[in-house]
Design a protein around this ligand. Sequence first.
Ligand code: HEM
Ligand code: NFK
Length: 282
Amino acid sequence: MPKNTRKIESGIETDFSDKMSYGSYLALDTLLSAQQPVSKPEHHDEMLFIIQHQTSELWLKLVLHELRAVRLYLAEDNLRAAMKGVARIKHIQRSLTEQWSVLATLTPSEYAQFRGDLGASSGFQSYQYRAVEFLLGNKNAGMLKVFAGDPAAQELLAELLESSSVYDEFLRLLARRGFAVPAEILDRDVTRAHVFNAELVQLFKIVYEAPDEHWDLYEACEELVDLEDNFQLWRFRHMKTVMRTIGMKHGTGGSSGVGFLQRALELTFFPELFAVRTEIGQ
Ligand code: HEM
Ligand SMILES: N[C@@H](CC(=O)c1ccccc1NC=O)C(=O)O
């Protein structure tokens, strides 16, 4: 063997004419032919832009898959399995947030050279992102009309709009555990965003003031706080990346741009889990 060369062991599989290979299992032909820059002449940095979005969408697909499972586990009173799912989602979120640093290498001068080729397309039209928001409870029926041209996406969002969120299921679990969750919360119109409820804060206060007595709920509350915190960090990095890339320009999707993204930072999934902090020790 030449120096600094690894021997390919004799047992290593090399003939895949009648066996499943790495590439066929992962549908790499499809996956790796999906990067199609639209700029003409092709701009070098558009590949980065496309891959950053595609990898984000792949991770969002897994987040959705896991969130659906978490919601189901909560409905079945299986808090441990639900929290296992949340733990995985938290790692994905960290990876998604960390990834902004790659796109931040795209300078305003580079982006300006192909931004015009993107037309009216925008992340605002990401149905998977919207589906994650809906599953976490940030419902907004108005978002569906963006997907009039994509019936499958619209149907998915309609299904999630009309079904319970992860937080709805957590609050129902709390009620089954004997906590006096108000009827207006349990019977709420799930197609609307959850609205802050002071009575829930008092229920969480019971949990937070006696963690040992309610350990699994206490742990679950903190996991949900992590989830929201991570989601906000992604939103913040998006807004800051947008600021350094297009400044105060309007978005291709038609919004005011940075201002619109800043207002997303005011949205909250689990407001009572944050409000309870003010109450602790009082
Ligand atoms: C240089 C890169 C980027 C810029 C300049 C940018 C800019 C913007 C702007 C201005 C908006 C507001 C809607 C509009 O008018 O277009 C927006 C929304 C959005 N973008 Fe990006 N974006 C970038 C990268 C990304 C990436 C990598 C993702 C990952 C999937 C993403 C996902 C989203 C989502 C989900 C929204 C909707 C946010 C909401 O409704 O609050 N963006 N983006
Ligand atoms: N809204 C961005 C364009 C943009 O970032 C984008 C365009 C097409 C597909 C995804 C995108 N990402 C996030 O909005 C802009 O105004 O420059």
